[in-house]
Design a binder for this molecule. Structure first.
Ligand SMILES: Nc1nc2c(ncn2[C@@H]2O[C@H](COP(=O)(O)OP(=O)(O)OP(=O)(O)O)[C@@H](O)[C@H]2O)c(=O)[nH]1
Ligand SMILES: [Mg+2]
Ligand SMILES: [Zn+2]
Length: 304
């Protein structure tokens, strides 16, 4: 290897990172005074970061970090700081089980908002349809109406796996969602060579057991990358202006085109076409309520 080489971070293990350099996988430390090519608040390497290594193996170190094309960020649970999940991802497959563990549309909305905010294209995937779709039957239509790309899949029967493979080929796609919904299982179905560990579902709680413990970027056999991530229990939004929330709800955004006030929050203003759409049944009450709650939360977060 030459003295300097470009690579991509595929996993972070505390003071060490795994970097893919061409066909080679290296586990290397990073310089204390890393050179960042942009000003960022959270100066920690994450999967997907484009880096430059300095020095020859076994003494190579990460010396530089490229500017991030996209950054998926959440509020660190229990803290008033951010946590970057991954860099340079262009698409996210938000995975929920179609039945069990019980799908959570409020968490789905948060993840979708985070994708829109980060400029990452979301795909909604309901996995485990071999166990039925009872958990989503009453509200899946809300997301169809909003125009989302929705995939019904089963890692067990391979339903939808061909379609998912086509969607991820040639791109960098992050898989996210609660624990136990089958993120790792879907990735193994796309490429059995990954041999990712799959968990079991707790009989007592019906929930996943957090089998995947750290995010990792995996090269696809053709072209592109996928990112497997640990299950999320919650997802706090970070650094989003309340006024920009409607841009992260395509259905609200569409309905808002006729509102009298340009800065209408759609909560209680007169001549609000969003509320009119809810009243006439063309906009989902559940999505509207979800928007209002998140809006309130963002206003409160900004005020404290
Ligand atoms: N019936 C059925 N079970 C599935 C399917 N996909 C995954 N499972 C099972 O669900 C359990 C959890 O799957 P994982 O792939 O570990 O789930 P995960 O989303 O990666 O979970 P974490 O790593 O904890 O975030 C495992 O026992 C899988 O065998 C499916 O399509 N149908
Ligand atoms: Mg997993
Ligand atoms: Zn309005």
């Amino acid at each position: 290897m030459t003295e300097r080489a470009a690579g991509v971070v595929t996993a972070v293990y505390g003071p060490l990172v795994r970097v893919q350099v061409g066909e080679q996988t290296l586990i290397v430390p990073f310089r204390r005074r890393l050179r960042w090519h942009e000003e960022i608040e959270d100066r920690r390497l994450v999967v997907g970061d484009q880096v430059v290594l300095d020095g020859k193996v076994p003494d190579a170190v990460v010396a530089e970090v490229g500017a991030r094309r996209t950054t998926l960020t959440r509020r660190s649970p229990g803290e008033r700081r951010q946590r970057v999940i991954a860099a340079n991802v262009d698409q996210a497959v938000v995975v929920m089980a179609a039945n069990s563990p019980e799908p959570n549309p409020r968490l789905l909305d948060r993840l979708l908002v985070a994708c829109h905010h980060a400029g990452i294209q979301p795909v909604i995937c309901f996995n485990k349809v071999d166990q039925g779709t009872a958990g989503v039957d009453t509200w899946i239509g809300d997301y169809q109406d909003a125009g989302y790309d929705i995939l019904l899949a089963s890692a067990r029967t391979a339903r939808g796996v061909g379609c998912l493979t086509r969607k991820v080929t040639g791109r960098t796609t992050l898989f996210c969602g609660p624990s136990g919904v089958g993120k790792s299982a879907l990735l193994n179905a796309i490429h059995p060579g990954y041999r990712l560990r799959e968990g079991s579902i707790s009989e007592a709680t019906g929930k996943g057991r957090h089998t995947t413990t750290t995010a990792q970027l995996l090269p696809l056999p053709g072209s592109g990358f996928v990112v497997d991530t640990p299950g999320l229990r919650e997802f706090g939004l970070w650094d989003l202006e309340p006024s920009r929330l409607q841009g992260c709800f395509p259905d609200i955004q569409r309905a808002a085109s006729g509102c009298s006030f340009a800065d209408c929050t759609h909560a209680n203003e007169v001549d609000c076409t969003v509320r009119a759409a809810v009243e006439s049944g063309t906009l989902s009450v559940r999505r509207y309520t979800s928007y209002l709650k998140l809006h309130e939360e963002l206003v409160e977060a900004g005020a404290t």
